[in-house]
Structure formats: C-alpha cells, structure tokens
Ligand binder design. Sequence first.
Ligand SMILES: Nc1ncnc2c1ncn2[C@@H]1O[C@H](COP(=O)(O)OP(=O)(O)OP(=O)(O)O)[C@@H](O)[C@H]1O
Ligand SMILES: Cc1ncc(COP(=O)(O)O)c(N)n1
Length: 518
Amino acid sequence: MNTMNSTKNILSIAGSDPSGGAGIQADLKSIAAAGGYGMAAISALTAQNTRGVRAVHVPPAGFLTEQLLAISEDISIDAIKIGMLANAQVIDELGTWLAQIRGAAGTAVPAVVLDPVMVATSGDSLLDAAADAALRRLFVHADVITPNIPELAVLARSPEAADWDSAVSQARMLAAEYDVLVLAKGGHLDSERCRDALIDADGVLLEVESRRHATGNTHGTGCSLSAALATHYARTGNWGTALRHAKDWLSDAISRADELSVGSGHGPINHFAGLWDGIRPAQAHDPLAQWWERISPIRAGIDELGFIRALKDGSLAREDFEDYLGQDALYLRTYARCMSRAAELAPDTESQRFWAASASGCLEEELKLHRGRLDERVPEPSATTTAYLNHLLAASHDYAVLAAALLPCFWIYQDTGTRLAAANHEAHPYTDWLATYSSPEFDAATAAAIDLVAGVHAGADARARAAMWRAFEASSAHELAFFAQTAADAPGAAAGPKRAAGLGLAGAAGHGEPVPVR
Ligand SMILES: Nc1ncnc2c1ncn2[C@@H]1O[C@H](COP(=O)(O)OP(=O)(O)OP(=O)(O)O)[C@@H](O)[C@H]1O
Ligand SMILES: Cc1ncc(COP(=O)(O)O)c(N)n1
C-alpha cells in the first residue's frame, strides 16, 4: 500500500496496438509523459502495424469486467480514458462497471474521457457498425468525449464537416443532446493550423491550436491526446488547464515524431521527446546520429520505392537495372573526383589517405562491377544524376561541406544494402551487386566516413555545422531521387535516360546543365 503518493492513477480501457503507436500502448506512454501512473484494461487485441490493421480479436466481454473489477477493488482510480471498444457487448459490460463505480458511495468519482474510436487512421474499422446505440448509451458516464471529424459527423448524424465552424456546430449539438463536454479536433481538416476546442451546449469554452506539423507520423494522436487530457485533468482538476497542457505536449510529440524510426507507414508520435532530451545526453551530443534521425523520412521513402522492392525480390526488369547501373557509373566517376578533391582539401594525412583510397577504390571496384554488367555502354546523364553531381561539385569549395555531402552515398547505400543483402541468395539475378554493398569492407569504410565527418563537425563553428547539415540533407534527398529514377517508380515518365523522378522531390531533381562527367 502506498499512502504518501500524490501521483494520480489513470486507467486506460482500450484496445492493444502491438506496434506501440495507438491504443493502450499509446495511452500508457501519454499518461507517463503527463506525470500519471498508468493502468490498462484491454478491451480488444488488434494485429496492426504502422501500415494498417490486419486482424482484431475481442476476448469475451465478461473478461473485461474481470480486469476492471480487479483494478477497482484494489486501486483508487483518479481518471479513466476509454478508447477502442470493438462491439456492443463490450460497451454494455463497461457501462455496467462504470455505473457501479461512478455511483458508489464514499469514493471519489473518477473523471472519464471517452474517445469514440470508430475507424483507424489506416481506414480499418475498429467498432461494429451495430454498436452505435450502445456507444451513445455510454455517453452518460463520460465527462468529455473526443471525436475526430468523421466520428463527430456519425455521432451528430450529419455530413462530415468541411470546415472548423461546421465541426464546432456539430460538437455543440452533440454536447446538448448528451449533456457532455465535446472536444472537437481539427486534425482531419485541410487547414494550416490544427485547432481543437472544448465545447458545451452553449458553445466554445476554450480553443487551443498548434502549427500543423509536416509529418505522416500521426498514428495514435487521438489516443494520446485523450489519455493526456484525462491525466492532466486528474492532476489539475480543470479541463481548460488540462487541455492546454495536453495540446502543448502533443504538438511537441508530433513535431518530433520523425526522430523515431518505427515502420514504413503512419508511424507513432514521439511521446517522450522532451523527457529523452534530459536523459539521453549521449544521443543529444551525437550530432551525426541526429542527422541520421532527421533524414528518417528520406530513408523510409527509399525503402518504399518500387525499384528497391523489386531489386530485393529479384523481379526488377533487367533494362531498369541496367538503366540504373548506367546512371550509377556516370555518378561514380564524378563522385570519385569529388572524393579526390576532398583528399586535396583534407587538413590531415589520415583524412587525405581515406578520401584518396576511397576515390581509388570507387573507380576500381565499382566501375569494374558496372563494366561487367554494362558492357562498356555509357549512357547520357539523366537530369536526376546531373542534379546530384552538381550539388557535389558545388560543395567542393569547402572541405567540411564537401565531406558532409559525400557521406550519404556511403551511409545510405550501406544501410539500404544491409537490408537488401538479407534477401540475397546464390540464384538472385543481382547477387554480386547486392553482395558488394553489404560487405564488411564497405561497412568499415562507411564507419570510417561517419567518424571522419563527425570529427570535422566537432571542430566546426555553428555556421559551418549548419552548412554541413544542409549539404548532408540535400545529398540524402538526391539519393532518394537517384534510386527513384527508374521506370519502376516513374511509370508515367518518358522512357530513356532523361526520365526524372516523378516523386515531387523539388530541389532534388532536374536542375542545371549536365556536368562534365568524363
Ligand atoms: N499534423 C499535425 N500537426 C499538429 N497537430 C496535429 C496534426 N495532426 C493531428 N494533430 C492534432 O492531433 C490531435 C488528434 O487529432 P485528430 O483530429 O487527427 O484525431 P484522431 O483522428 O482521433 O487522431 P488519430 O486517429 O490520428 O489517432 C488533435 O489535437 C489535432 O489537432
Ligand atoms: C487499438 C487501437 N486503438 C485506436 C486506434 C486509432 O488510432 P489511429 O486512428 O491513429 O489509427 C488504433 N489504430 N488502434
């Protein structure tokens, strides 16, 4: 028994998301991030990841009651967050338990935030269509309900709100019908700012807003917001204050979602970004690890390319592979020149040797591989290849910037190659190519290049560091565009070597005149 603890006990009643981004997993993280003690009673099991929901298993509804009673007979509950409920039976079991604990004499009544989860971000249904009436019966036990725009429309029996004013008026109707506070959320609207408002029958009580962060990693934002709201309410006793805290934290967690690297679909938000700043000083002081995290959307984009997937499973058309190798051969010639230039500019012998050896190795080994496959045919450089090479040549005036610009070719190839190599086998049509980029020698060269750039970064001033990051990021975007330039990813593009990536990679493709590559 713990009597000295003023920490609030928060119970999440929700579904499980094994990938950790939504459901009880998101709730427990959000509760902890908000300073609460988290508990979880599981209403349903999902098999899902960042790409979608594959299956749902709902345990017998009575077992939810078993879990709830085990908690409420022992532990004082300060607030409850309710999420996915799956079907009417589960909802009714929960309603019975809520009526019991909210009506019990002599105990404090826990606040209840109900997130009426109906459909996942991926579009998969998480609530039986027949459960609508049961869900509405549950509202009597809730203090706040937090529907998103489509859920609000279903509950208000109206067409989906296309603007904020319509969302507010639907929320107001709902608040009046069920005598409950409604948190209207603008995440699904097509607006620059993300507005949310706490609304009762008379109108808006409080509106909060944040910048709309440019990320696809918003899986579980609704779960996280409602769990944080319940926790902050238990701590402060004020819905307005609780919403302000929850929204500020959520906005930060969304803005730093891309620092995580979880899955290739809609990834989770970064629940502990603020906390980790304090307890992961090594990470915070490892700038190259931060660069690597910051380009995670680019890396995810490469993994998703049709070219990479076809290369992995061996289904890539030979013509596409040869188109790619042709561009790569052109690229490597100038890349080797740029490494020679880095050797020339290098401030110490060791760095000079590294770049010179890499330039030589690049010409000997990689062009040998290409010649074997390309039969000495050398194509014209594509606009995408040209743009990447122009970027490297433009960086060649400054050693620090050039070193940073050269790094993604090592690092991204090594990283992508490691995953491609896992699919390699003797009969793979591109087996020698896959083997080259996943060799221990290439791993060692990549590690040496990272160390070398980290050393340059450590000795650079703030301005030079910013320029290094920009060069690294731009090269990474060029890597993505380079991989994306085959027919596998640009089916509508004109055939031939000039086809540019059709992926909206503005700034990374199609600029400038061809560079002298020979
Ligand atoms: N890109 C974004 N940038 C900033 N805030 C966002 C973004 N997307 C959503 N939000 C915020 O996240 C919260 C949840 O919003 P949303 O309307 O998407 O609910 P939801 O659909 O229930 O969430 P989800 O289904 O993604 O878990 C709201 O506070 C919303 O304003
Ligand atoms: C178990 C569970 N609960 C809720 C959601 C909704 O979250 P999102 O809309 O972000 O997919 C989910 N996907 N899984």
